[in-house]
Design a protein around this ligand. Structure first.
Ligand code: ZN
Length: 63
């Protein structure tokens, strides 16, 4: 499956997947987000963040 190509509208450059560290409820997680190689703009789709947060909340409940 070919992921959607994302373009930085400012630089007109294709975004490259970069590992970004997120922190939520004291939990660190790494996720690959499309990042502009020129201006370092990170495209973080809200559904990905929400999904990760729900995953952590579920893990916390299991303990
Ligand atoms: Zn850019």
């Amino acid at each position: 499956m070919e992921p959607d190509k994302l373009i930085c509208t400012k630089c007109n450059r294709e975004l490259e997947l970069t590992s970004i560290n997120l922190e939520y409820l004291g939990h660190r997680m790494t996720h690959q987000f499309p990042t502009c190689p020129v201006c370092k703009l990170v495209y973080i789709p809200e559904e990905v963040v929400m999904g990760k947060m729900q995953q952590i909340e579920r893990e916390l409940e299991d303990k």
